[in-house]
Design a protein around this ligand. Structure first.
Ligand code: XMP
Ligand code: MG
Length: 183
């Protein structure tokens, strides 16, 4: 699949699987307060992580999705966010866990946290599979982090380049020829 497009595998399918199980166990231990946990997945990137995480979680969870888009260039985010698809339900009084694929500048997440906090959930935390080094510059509280990765553009397991590669079961970096040849 995608022969020659992937320069290197950064995180294997097995490493993802092990990490998802580890995060799910940790979340399960932290949420023993009763009442279903409400997972909020951010489309489309978090979809693989969200579904695997929900299945690995030993306790019941309800699934909600949001789609947001940040204005500005496609490779760096501006912090100005537009809601493309909002939650279908009220989250007031719920224990909400945002499930993210990757935090880069943290600007998207910072906006999302503010937005969801204004809806008065009982609790609000973040679980991200990947985090890039720049994320430390913005003060966003991220309780659960899968992998800290180098500052490289990655694809696979939900993450795309021009909507491709989301269906790869692992996370890798792209061969520079992909950026230059155009799809
Ligand atoms: P910020 O910078 O606001 O942006 O934290 C997070 C969003 O930017 C996208 N993003 C990536 N997408 N490979 C991708 O496919 C990457 O390496 C990458 N880095 C950032 C992603 O949509 C994320 O939600
Ligand atoms: Mg993207």
């Amino acid at each position: 699949m995608y022969d020659g497009d992937i320069a290197s595998v950064l995180i294997t399918e097995q490493q993802i699987k092990d990490k998802v199980a580890e995060l799910a166990k940790q979340v399960d231990e932290d949420y023993q307060r009763g009442g279903d946990l409400l997972l909020v997945g951010v489309l489309k990137g978090a979809v693989m992580f969200m579904t695997d995480f929900a299945r690995a979680l030993p306790q019941p969870a309800q699934l909600e999705f949001m789609a947001v888009s940040s204005y500005g260039s496609s490779t760096s985010s501006s912090g100005v966010v537009r809601i493309l698809k909002d939650l279908d339900r009220d989250i007031a009084g719920k224990n909400v866990l945002i499930v993210e694929d990757i935090i880069d500048s943290g600007l998207t997440l910072s906006w999302l946290l503010k937005n969801l906090r204004s809806r008065n959930p009982a609790s609000l935390e973040v679980c991200t599979l990947l985090r890039k080094p720049d994320a430390v510059q913005v003060d966003v509280p991220v309780r659960y982090v899968g992998f800290d990765i180098p500052n490289e553009f990655v694809v696979g397991y939900g993450l795309d380049y021009a909507e491709r590669y989301r269906d790869l079961p692992y996370i890798g970096t792209l061969d520079p020829k992909v950026y230059t040849s155009g799809v």
